[in-house]
Ligand binder design. Structure first.
Ligand code: XMP
Length: 327
């Protein structure tokens, strides 16, 4: 249903039974809306678009065309996970576009944070539109809009950027099967649809991806240092039972070098900053203090395993005054 609103008395979906009922209702609605037509979806691998994909695969199978754009700023293993879960396990009709070079070339030498965001967002729409133009017979565009997106855009807090952005000749009818759900409900539904827990319960990840964690002009080597250190941090959080408990945790590698020493020789390399925070609404955040032993282990792994890093720092600053991301 277009512009559907969450009924005031709708019961919060908190368990398998309620999720199963929602899934069954949505499958029926989606089949009625879509019939034998084709639906297009930009599948980022985030919770919302993944749940939308899984619902649509159940409802219309390969009439759903998923486009996964790798902008080169994804975390280690993310594109592979999207391909494994959707193409291999769910037999989705998935188009994988590796546009890393294109994005990184466009971003080369650009240091202004907002300019970087604009380039990433604009390029994303272009790549997606190019793929859409290659397809025939698409009538619907699926989106992972959720209920807080609608509430926030109505309250004027943030523009609801899920919609729009596509060129005039690519205006499709919208399909929004998680539109009336809150995030926690989307996760319960995702679990019942058989998505892996690490996908359903993953921490928030910004649209511009690792681009905002490589402050200033992005270079491929520094971006790689962000990606590798982030992978180590995530692995250690998982091993130490912190995954799913800490709201958001990541590494940042600023464009700044300092002196170090390795094997008796002078080094001049970057530092890696670890940030781990908790919050309920991201307006205010507190810092998660890590056990000393874990910090020591992280420092040791990062300086040993990540090329270009000779120093590890920890960010103890809450929000305000610092924002979560560095830019
Ligand atoms: P800040 O840095 O504003 O972050 O304190 C608050 C939350 O928003 C995420 N964030 C973004 N998400 N596009 C996104 O989709 C962005 O440009 C962006 N900037 C920040 C950030 O990761 C945190 O969860």
């Amino acid at each position: 249903m277009i512009n559907e609103r969450r009924p005031e008395d709708m019961q919060r979906i908190t368990n398998a039974e309620l999720a199963d009922r929602y899934i069954a209702e949505q499958i029926q609605k989606l089949q009625e809306q879509i019939g034998d037509k084709k639906v297009l979806l930009a599948l980022s691998g985030g919770v919302d678009s993944s749940v939308v994909a899984a619902l649509l695969i159940k409802a219309v199978g390969r009439q759903l065309v998923c486009v996964h754009v790798n902008h080169g700023l994804l975390r280690k293993g993310e594109p592979e996970q999207v391909i494994e879960v959707f193409q291999n396990r769910m037999n989705a009709n998935l188009i994988y576009v590796d546009a890393s070079d294109r994005f990184l070339d466009r971003l080369s030498g650009v240091s202004d944070p907002e300019e970087k965001r604009k380039i990433i967002g604009g390029e994303f729409i272009q790549v997606f539109a190019e793929e859409a133009h290659k397809l025939d017979g698409i009538e619907f565009l699926a989106q992972g809009t959720i209920w807080p997106d609608i509430l926030e855009s109505e309250a004027g807090i943030k523009a609801h950027h899920n919609a729009g952005g596509l060129p005039e000749d690519l205006q499709f009818e919208l399909v929004e099967p998680v539109r009336i759900l809150f995030k926690d409900e989307v996760r319960v539904v995702g679990e019942r649809l058989g998505l892996p827990p690490e996908m359903v319960y993953r921490q928030p990840f910004p649209g511009p991806g690792l681009g905002v964690r490589c402050p200033g002009a992005i270079t491929r080597d520094r971006l790689e240092a962000v990606r590798e250190s982030d992978a180590i941090l995530r692995e250690e959080f998982k091993k130490n039972g912190l995954e799913g408990k800490v709201w958001q945790y990541f590494t940042v590698v600023p464009d700044f070098k300092s002196t170090g020493v390795k094997d008796g020789k002078r080094t001049f390399d970057w530092c890696c900053i670890i940030r781990a925070i908790n919050t309920t609404d991201v307006m205010e955040v507190t810092v998660e203090h890590l056990p000393d032993q874990l910090i020591d282990h992280l420092v040791s792994r990062i300086v040993t395993e990540v090329p270009g890093i000779n120093r590890v720092l920890f960010d103890y600053t809450p929000k305000p005054p610092a924002t979560v991301e560095f830019e």
